[in-house]
Ligand binder design. Structure first.
Ligand code: TRP
Ligand code: SF4
Length: 418
């Protein structure tokens, strides 16, 4: 497989976030903050930094109109602290009124990572237990068990060809078909809430490595529409892409000042949003999908304790929910910090929290109170606290957090039937 700028299956995620944004058209989320009635801590603290089309989600939250939230996990290992962020994002969006969905990507784990179906099931259940521990409310499914999802994937596959897969993922003639299939499963996952319930804006919180799938899905969602609706000078143009003639007639009939031409209807004196809604109704009545193009948010990765990304393939980099206390303490105590070479230097110059894996652990999950986090930062940069003590305090927090979380997971695990 060719090296691609963003490769969802590679472990090397040392990417320059801002450059990716400008290269791939991901937008910074900060300008949308005023549009949210409540700003979650992951946006406030700069953990979730980018988005595609999040405005339609902010507006659904504000106006209490329907929207969905979906994310997915590949059950290729135990869940760990690195998975917690998207889980919290999903839970938050459900609290804001979204319909929650989580997919366990066992087909992807089997196809791409060679994980046995039995292991997929065991790991998948652990992810579901985590979600329950976070009080997630909504639907969960395993890809391999969801027949409607597979039908949707097949339909989506009619809109994707191999040259597109090569351009997006660097697939080569040697890439196996199951790998391509797992890609189209993810496309179907992202569109699934809209066939399970109703077409509505859908927010997909992911890490930046998943953006290729988001781009592909947005293209497919558009291609599966019967119509496009565009605002022109003084009128709204509804174009048929592959709509039956009768559907185009129905669009015309819905608006008094509409004129029908070959393949399109032009409408005067109407609001674009109203036309779009009506066109969706007509499309659905004629058996179309009427998809909204899905939205996404991107969070920065919590660095692993050894520096790079948290990854199951580097056991020292992660803290999983299944580790004994002594190991957790040891891992935290040997984590990479933003401390200086000598104590004297650290007292004089202060530490560098933004380079410190433990500070980021606190920022992401361990310290929920902003004032308390601010105090840690202040003490660090002023050289008031040394890393040894700071690590110990962090280890205590992590141990307490995990104890509580694990109890909730265990209680939930009993009720998970898969
Ligand atoms: N590919 C994702 C991963 O590697 C898992 C996944 C499958 C997913 N379907 C999804 C993520 C839909 C977001 C939305 O972790
Ligand atoms: Fe990190 Fe704490 Fe050391 Fe600062 S004092 S660099 S936050 S461990």
């Amino acid at each position: 497989m060719q090296e691609m700028p963003i490769n969802p299956w590679s472990n090397n995620q040392s990417v320059d976030v801002e450059k990716l944004f400008s290269d791939f058209g991901i937008e910074p989320i900060a300008p949308l903050i005023p549009e949210l009635p409540i700003v979650p801590y992951f946006i406030r603290r700069g953990i979730v930094v980018g988005h595609r089309d999040y405005r339609q989600i902010a507006s659904a939250i504000r106006n209490c109109t329907p929207f969905h939230v979906l994310t997915g996990f590949m059950p290729s290992g135990h869940p760990h602290l690195g998975h917690l962020m998207v889980m919290k994002e999903v839970v938050w969006h459900v609290e804001q009124g979204g319909n929650g969905y989580v997919t366990i990507a066992d087909r992807e784990a089997h196809a791409v990572r060679g994980i046995s179906w039995e292991k997929c099931r065991d790991f998948g259940r652990e992810y579901l237990a985590c979600l329950s521990a976070l009080d997630f409310v909504g639907q969960t499914y395993f890809q391999s068990k969801n027949e409607r999802l597979k039908d949707l994937a097949f339909e989506a596959a009619t809109k994707v060809n191999f040259s597109e897969l090569t351009a997006i993922y660097g697939f080569s003639p040697e890439t196996d078909l199951a790998h391509a299939d797992s890609v189209i499963m993810q496309v179907a996952d992202i569109l699934y809430p809209q066939i399970d319930r109703e077409p509505a804006p859908t927010i997909v919180p992911v890490g930046i490595d998943q953006d290729p799938h988001i781009r592909l899905t947005r293209g497919v969602a558009h291609k599966l529409r019967m119509f496009t609706v565009e605002e022109r000078h003084g009128y709204i143009s509804v174009r048929s892409k592959n709509a039956p003639e009768q559907a185009l007639d129905d669009v015309k009939a819905a608006f008094p000042h509409a004129k029908k031409y070959e393949g399109h209807v032009d409408i005067k004196g109407a609001q674009c949003a109203d036309v779009a809604t009506k066109v969706r109704e007509v499309e659905r009545a004629h058996g179309g999908f009427a998809f909204y193009t899905p939205s996404s948010t991107y969070h920065i990765f919590m660095p692993g304790l050894t520096g790079g990304k948290m990854s199951s393939s580097i056991p020292e980099s992660i803290i999983s929910f299944y580790e004994p206390e002594a190991i957790v303490r040891k891992k935290v105590m040997s984590g990479i910090t933003g401390g200086r070479m000598t104590l004297e230097e650290q007292k004089r110059l202060g530490g560098e929290p933004d380079k410190c894996s433990l500070y980021l652990l606190n920022l992401f999950h361990m310290v929920t109170d902003d004032a308390e986090l601010g105090e840690i930062r202040r003490k660090c940069v002023s050289g008031e606290i040394m890393c040894g003590n700071c690590k110990k305090e962090t280890a205590d927090r992590v141990v307490a957090f995990l104890k509580d979380f694990k109890e909730k997971m265990d209680a939930a695990a009993e009720n998970i039937e898969v």
